[in-house]
Design a protein around this ligand. Structure first.
Ligand code: PLP
Length: 225
């Protein structure tokens, strides 16, 4: 199936309140243009050096979500272009985003990434680490970031019950943070979880954003995290 057909099919299957992030990493500008031509405006990239030239070349009404592991020294390159950084996994990173956002005179939307999968290789906070950060004065002083929700990745597995447990864990973390830290913040409302092979499970568990790459653009030439 073509890119445009994949987009239409996936979008038609989404319940209300769930939006599609088309993960275009390793795919050329032409492929993004095809997705754009059928109305897709939300795209995900996982490398700064890829996001920046694409954002410069493509229409300005595209919303770019950064979804990969982000090194602090790369933050300054992407901050002018991103609508959301989904992969915040430390206070150090958040402070750098805040600093660069201040320089650009903007407030950058962020998701807190949680480590819920079995694989040690995956990034993200534990709930305890995150709570400690949210309680800190340093965090409370950041004025150029807005935390709009959480992000998580399930284990790579054929065990659907396991994937469901991990996504449910992300949802539980969201609800806990919502009630303890963000109850007065309507903007804290996003749960980003689910990729090509597990997004139907993620939707069942309460995802508001799904991140689909190969299911739209085909298998990538390079495997990446
Ligand atoms: C690559 C990637 C995706 C998309 O993965 P697919 O299996 O191609 O759908 C989603 N989220 C993150 C964080 C990714 O790095």
């Amino acid at each position: 199936m073509s890119i445009s057909e994949n987009i239409k099919r996936i979008k038609a299957s989404l319940p209300e309140g769930v939006r599609l992030v088309a993960v275009s990493k390793f795919n050329p500008v032409e492929s993004i243009e095809e997705a754009y031509s059928v109305g897709q405006r939300l795209f995900g990239e996982s490398h700064a050096q890829e996001l920046v030239p694409k954002a410069q070349a493509l229409p300005k009404d595209i919303k770019w979500h950064f979804i990969g592991h982000l090194q602090t020294n790369k933050v300054k390159y992407i901050v002018p272009y991103v609508a959301c950084i989904e992969s915040v996994d430390s206070l150090k990173l958040l402070k750098e985003i805040d600093k660069q956002a201040a320089k650009c005179g903007r407030v950058v939307n962020c998701l807190l990434q949680f480590h819920v999968a079995q694989e040690e290789t995956k990034f993200g906070f534990s709930l305890d680490e995150c709570v400690e950060m949210l309680q800190s004065e340093e965090f409370k002083s950041l004025a150029h970031i807005s935390i709009i929700g959480v992000m998580g990745m399930a284990s790579i597995s054929d065990d659907e019950a396991k994937i469901e447990r991990e996504f449910s864990n992300v949802k539980n973390i969201f609800q806990k943070l919502k009630s303890e830290f963000f109850s007065d913040k309507e903007s804290f409302c996003e749960i980003s979880m689910g990729m090509t092979h597990d997004y139907p499970i993620a939707i069942k568990c309460g995802a508001t954003l799904i991140r689909v790459g190969s299911g739209i653009f085909g298998e990538r030439m390079y495997q990446n995290s």
